[in-house]
Design a protein around this ligand. Sequence first.
Ligand code: ARG
Length: 576
Amino acid sequence: MNIHALLVSRFSEALTEMGIEDAPIPVSRSARPEFGEYQFNGAMALAKKLKQKPRDIADNIVNTVKLSDIADKLEVAGPGFINVHLSDAWLANQCELALHDPRLGVAKAPQKTVVVDYSSPNLAKEMHVGHLRTTIIGDAVVKVLEFLGHKVIRQNHMGDWGTQFGMLLAHLSDKLEHEMAETALSDLEDFYREAKIRFDEEESFADRAREYVVRLQSGDKQCLALWEKFIDISITHSEEVYDKLNVSLTRDDIMGESAYNHDLANVVADLKDKGIAEEDQGAQVVFIPELADKEGNPAVYIVQKSGGGYLYATTDLAAMRYRSQTLDADRTLILTDARQALHFKQTEIVGRKAGFMQDTQTYEHCPFGMMLGSDGKPFKTRSGGTVKLVELLDEAVERARSLLAERDTDLSAEELDDVARIVGIGAVKYADLNKNRTTDYMFSWDSMLSFEGNTAPYLQYAYTRVRSLFRKSGMGLDNLPCDITLTEKQEHALAVQLMQFEEVVGTVSRDATPHVLCTYLYDVASAFMTFYEACPILKPGTKDAVKHSRLALSALVSRTLKQGLTLLGIETLEKM
Ligand code: ARG
């Protein structure tokens, strides 16, 4: 049930009936319960257009709009707002329908093909915290899109190609003389550092490294085999992280930079043919007047270096063309940190000029801020190095275990292991997901692992509380009589919250903003706690019908929390 969409359609019908066409239908949530749950705010704008008094128009709309099945009160307030008070009976009925539906009453959206480019680590190095946000946020977005029925194509655009592989392969071939590739590459960070030092200090090594680049690019068999070995082991390192994070990416989703290598010359040739790229000091460049600086100089977008080498940008153009023309994507979402925003803006302008995408296809760069340490600077290890993801995740589980052990719990050692993993990983993921992605955020173990506030442990705990309510009631979710009757204001408020699930997932799928779902789940849990305090359920003397109705509402809470957390990639527990 999408209440917002339903109201928009009812108000739009009313306006049509009043002979008003093509007017915007601004319906929004009311700020306070005394204003009802939703508001129609269009009367003021219409008044200007029709040269009438806004309150008169609002009165007219109230008399015309057909909402008696949904709302038990409509009132005109202030300069001409129309407040909609949803009726208890209608809400109760919608809750019952949702409870009977495996999709919780959420309708599927008209299907689109959506390419989501996320995670995309650089394989020359270990995955570091910089790749945490794209991986977690991307995976949540993908799950929401799939839940709504879209065809999602995951694209892990791994950085598996480029000149740095020359020095890495040269170094690897030396190491293989006395050790296995797995051992040599057990720590990619160290390996990269060693290779870089040699490259900077040993002239003959640097020459060999450059030779390797040429050999790799010309498809030399032996060199490719070495590269494949390197990539394979490096992917295994990423898979270890995906596994710990419970992220849905698999090897099949990898479409790394190397996959576009064969097409880069075509991209440049095409841009030149179309008069979009031109030669400038030996390089092939596109001038972008749309993004000129203050002096009016157009932005310069290089697609081929003077030595003939291609760039990140060239690969992204090839990827854009492949996604829109071969994969037929209606939408392409790319999740990277905000520092790449200009690159994607330029890529879109150039790609569209070249006709690599149709006007109906969207190219949506979804930027996010940086993860900062408690000092407000980019998150680093104490010695100033980059924080490896694997180590960070292990620490999260350890910290969760000690916190849980301090609590009064009857979990066995084995159960504790499981709970610690689910709470620890959940906490790290949720801390990332619940912030508006466009801002920087401060990494803090204490706040993410807290059992209070908008955190994973709080929601996981709220979920187990609802589940324990059912254990105590002796009723399962399946044998529940579910006649819901809403009488108390806390029940009403909870039911409204529950019925906004579809609206929320719709927003997340449109804007790639999982934090909206986090806030929603937190609000559901809070509304449940308020309801639970105010409305007795298992207290002796509670009438059966009341008890059953409240249990049914609680069942919907538990299913909504679970579904929501699952979409965010956060596991739930029966007890903790
Ligand atoms: N490998 C890049 C990085 O780590 C991210 C790639 C994002 N996707 C893309 N199509 N450029 O910064």
